[in-house]
Every structure is written in structure tokens, then in C-alpha cells.
Design a protein around this ligand. Structure first.
Ligand code: GDP
Length: 408
């Protein structure tokens, strides 16, 4: 059987040890090709020092960036339980944008903090991103415990301080682990220098996390793309965002809230009886009722939220600014409808992640807003973290995308 994968992000203030930690994870899990390792050892020797773990990470990531010039870099390591993909992006803006558009979605996060330095500006901003994206499987590692002589008291002090700060962002880390990324303490092996710590190692903690439920195993959400007449029958077509369906299932069509049955499934090449998430499919209803583009099909009694108002985080990308209550078009799955930003609770600079203003009246290019969106009529939506396909949206002005956002 193929091993499951989990997407992971590692964040933290510059110099707190992120590269070293990634290098260490790759090394200790034998995830670096031998030839590559030899090359790196040689280079380090030439430079006159020991194998430097940050260097492993940088040289692997550089290579990936060079080869694909992607917005996202991916690094891999594996444990007995599963494969891990560490996803990263060159800056906050790219990172946020990738996460929103679904180019990469993190299921777990490690926030690394230098135990001597404590919480710094970037630590705060990164924690904010985690909270904004609703990542709730979070590990805090307090790094460089060697610099405080593996002191339990120092660890506990900082731990209390961090838990307080994260609490304000509604993040409850599942583990707080004292580590030495440089030497590998409590990364894959328990440290004999910190016997006072009886919790899990970093790898054990990661392995205890739950992978996100596959899209096919979540509630059925099929946004209708089009309706065709074929051989005298109406065939609804669309891409299944989540869940699965089969002939005979009882379904409800939103936002109208009418319930019918699936008579049969049509696909272009072969007759099927079932279809699941990420497939494009056609279905015929029984009895046939009028359905239009933008309607969302759900399993009866397991419905999406129908609302005309929701909280969202959005990144304004157009060079035209937008004012509160100015009309724009919302596109969410196949739904397209007029809306306004009713309230901007807070706005943030997307590259520095600094808060610019609270209760703002306009959003400018590359500002990130925590907003309330009010739609002309109710539509079917979901929280991004539950069903990404019905929780991400774009705003359009004059047929151009001017913002991308997620529903929280
Ligand atoms: P990044 O900017 O967060 O990726 O940080 P790096 O991994 O490049 O590390 C910054 C510096 O901290 C480097 O000089 C590392 O060798 C050093 N460093 C990383 N982890 C440890 C550690 O556990 N103990 C000590 N003493 N130094 C460390």
C-alpha cells in the first residue's frame, strides 16, 4: 500500500534555526541521497567546518528552485508511518497566496523559537498566518537548548510566555518540545541531556497527528457547472469538490433546498454508477427539476451553510483600491454574485504582516484584510478548512480578479 503523505510548514524568526532543523530532519530520517550528502560533506570540509545542517537544506532547496523556478519549494522526508512534504515559499505573500489558492495546503505546522531570544516580531507574524489559515495541528519547538545549558526552568518560563501569546491568537499547540536542532536532541531521539523532559520527540509528535480527511471522505459538495439536454434528459455537470455520490442517493440542492434522487450518473466515456471528489461528472435527477449553474448539490441532511454574510481573510491584489460597501462580483466555485465588503475589521501588510489599521475603510494593493462580506442573496458556502473548494473565492471588478480570499 502506498504510504500516506502529510504537508507540513515550518516557520519561525530568521536565525532561530529553521534550516538547521530541516537539515536535521532530513539527515536523521535518511532522506538525503548518499551522493548529495557526500558532495555537501566535501563542500563543508573545504569551507573548513563540520557538516552544517542548515547548509543541507539550503543546497537542496536551491536546487529545487533552480530546476523548477516554482513559487513553492518542497522538501521530503519519511518516517515508518508516513511521508512528509515540507512546503515553503520565498516570502509571506507567495506563501499566503499559495495557501489560499490551494497550490499547497498545510495540515500541520512547526513553529521554531530560539530559547534565548524568545518571541520575536516574525514569530508573531508567522503565528498569525497559522491562525489565519486555521491550521490547528501545531508543534512549538524551543531550539538551541544547549545555549541555556539544557535548563528546565528556562524552558518552562518561555513555554508559559508562548502559550499565553498563542492563546490570544486562538492557537493551542499540541506539543512544546525542547530541542537542539544542531545536535539532534529530541528530534528523532530522546535527549540524554534533558532527562527532565519526558514528552514525545519531534518526530513522534508529528507521527501522532491526523492527516486531513481525504476530500472523498468529506461531505458531498458538487457545484453545478452547467446543465445540458441530452436525449431529452437534463444532465447536470460539475466537478465534485468533496464527497462521493452514486445512483439512488437522496440529495438536496442549495440554496433552493429541494430534495430529489440521483437517477443515474453520466460520464463521457463510460457508464458509471459512482463518482467521487475531484472527478467531473454528469448526473440525472429523479424527478427532473430545474437546476442552474451555481447551485450546489449535497447529500440530504448533510448540507453546506447557506448565508448572505460571512467572515473572510482576503488579499487585495488589484492596483485599484476598494472601499467598504463598494460593489464587486464574488466568484465562489461556480457561483457568481454581487457583493460588498461590509466591514474591514483589520488590515495587514502582506509582506511584513504588520497590522496597518483596525476598522479600516479601504483596502489597497497587497493588503490583507480580515473582513465581513455581504452578498446580494444567500449562497452555499463552507469554511475553507472544511471544504476548500467551497471556502475559497475571488472578487472581480470589470472581469478581472482583484482579490482572493478564504472563508473563516
Ligand atoms: P534560520 O534562519 O531559521 O533558517 O536559521 P539557521 O538554521 O540558518 O540557523 C541560524 C544559526 O543558528 C546558525 O548559525 C546555526 O548553526 C545556529 N543553530 C541552529 N540550531 C542551533 C542549535 O540547536 N544550537 C546552537 N547553539 N546553534 C544553532
Amino acid at each position: 500500500m502506498e504510504k500516506e503523505n502529510m504537508n507540513l510548514v515550518i516557520v519561525g524568526h530568521v536565525d532561530h534555526g529553521k534550516s538547521t532543523l530541516i537539515g536535521r530532519l532530513l539527515f536523521d530520517t535518511d532522506s538525503i541521497p548518499a551522493s548529495k550528502l557526500e558532495e555537501i560533506r566535501k563542500t563543508c570540509k573545504e569551507l573548513g567546518h563540520e557538516l552544517e545542517f542548515a547548509f543541507i537544506t539550503d543546497s537542496l532547496q536551491e536546487e529545487v528552485e533552480y530546476e523548477f523556478t516554482l513559487d513553492t519549494t518542497q522538501t521530503f522526508f519519511k518516517t515508518e508511518k508516513r511521508n512528509y512534504t515540507i512546503i515553503d515559499a520565498p516570502g509571506h505573500k507567495e506563501f499566503l497566496s499559495n495557501m489560499i489558492t490551494g497550490a499547497s495546503q498545510a495540515e500541520a505546522a512547526i513553529l521554531i523559537i530560539d530559547v534565548k531570544e524568545g518571541v520575536k516580531e516574525q514569530t508573531k507574524r508567522h503565528a498569525y498566518i497559522l491562525s489565519m489559515l486555521g491550521i490547528d495541528q501545531v508543534i512549538i519547538v524551543l531550539n538551541k537548548m544547549d545555549l541555556v545549558f539544557y535548563d528546565e526552568k528556562k524552558f518552562n518560563e518561555l513555554k508559559t510566555n508562548i502559550l499565553d501569546f498563542l492563546n490570544n491568537l486562538h492557537i493551542t499547540p499540541l506539543y512544546v518540545i525542547p530541542i537542539v536542532a544542531k545536535d539532534g536532541d529530541n528530534i528523532t531521539k530522546h535527549s540524554d541531556k534533558m532527562n527532565w523532559y519526558s514528552g514525545k520527540t519531534l518526530l513522534e509528535s508529528l507521527d501522532s497527528f491526523e492527516p486531513a480527511k481525504s476530500l472523498a471522505n468529506r461531505s458531498l459538495r458538487l457545484p453545478v457547472q452547467d446543465v445540458y439536454e441530452i436525449d431529452g434528459e437534463s444532465v447536470l455537470v460539475g466537478r465534485i469538490e468533496s464527497g462521493r455520490l452514486k445512483a439512488g442517493d437522496e440529495i438536496t440542492i442549495l440554496p433552493g433546498n429541494t430534495s430529489v434522487k440521483i437517477k443515474s450518473i453520466k460520464s463521457f466515456l463510460n457508464e458509471k454508477t459512482e463518482a467521487e471528489a475531484e472527478e467531473c461528472t454528469g448526473i440525472i435527477l429523479e424527478p427532473p427539476i430545474p437546476v442552474k449553474r451555481g447551485d450546489v448539490i449535497c447529500t440530504k441532511n448533510d448540507l453546506a451553510v447557506v448565508t448572505d454574510r460571512f467572515s473572510a481573510n482576503l488579499l487585495w491584489i488589484s492596483d485599484n483600491k476598494i472601499n467598504v460597501n463598494e460593489k464587486v462580483i464574488l466568484k465562489l466555485a461556480t457561483q457568481k454574485i454581487e457583493c460588498v465588503i461590509e466591514e474591514i475589521k483589520q488590515k495587514i501588510d502582506s509582506s511584513s504582516l504588520e497590522i496597518i489599521e483596525q476598522h479600516a475603510s479601504e483596502l489597497k494593493q497587497m493588503e490583507l484584510g480580515e473582513v465581513i462580506i455581504k452578498i446580494l442573496n444567500p449562497i452555499a458556502v463552507e469554511k475553507f478548512k472544511n471544504i476548500p473548494g467551497l471556502g475559497r473565492f475571488v472578487l472581480m471588478q470589470n472581469s478581472e480578479i482583484c482579490a482572493e480570499g478564504i472563508i473563516v
